[in-house]
Design a protein around this ligand. Structure first.
Ligand code: 5GP
Ligand code: ZN
Length: 112
């Protein structure tokens, strides 16, 4: 087992507030929310960066976006939301397991 925090959350070794789970993704609440709704969507498979995406992972990410769209009502996101994927140092990525931030629940300011 590696020491990736999100792998440990996926494995249930670190508790999380799960809002959705299936065989390939997990969505849970961010521990330090920056919006009224701040969820993290992670593929269960460990990889850190989009540069590691092959055709199979591209399909997985496509299904993941489709799933988020289908879940938006259940997640309370019908008024709109923002998806963010931080990649590397300049983006401030702190957990090196690819994840999609799902931000919503309020009007979100735009900026870098
Ligand atoms: P990044 O900066 O890598 O894009 O985002 C990592 C996110 O993971 C941060 O928003 C941070 O609050 C969240 N996070 C870090 N550790 C944990 C944890 O143990 N549990 C949960 N639920 N979120 C975490
Ligand atoms: Zn991981």
């Amino acid at each position: 087992m590696n020491d990736c925090i999100f792998c440990k959350i996926v494995a249930g070794e670190i508790p999380s507030a799960k809002v959705y789970e299936d065989d390939e993704i997990l969505i849970f609440k961010d521990i330090a929310p920056i919006a009224k709704i701040h969820l993290l969507c992670v593929p269960k498979e460990h990889f850190a960066y989009l540069s590691e995406v092959d055709a199979e992972r591209a399909d997985l990410l496509g299904r993941t976006l489709e799933k988020i769209g289908k879940l938006q009502q259940k997640l309370g996101l019908n008024d709109g939301y923002r998806l963010v994927v931080n990649q590397g140092e300049n983006a401030g990525q702190t957990v090196h397991h690819l994840h999609i931030h799902i931000l919503g629940g309020e009007s979100l300011p735009w900026g870098k």
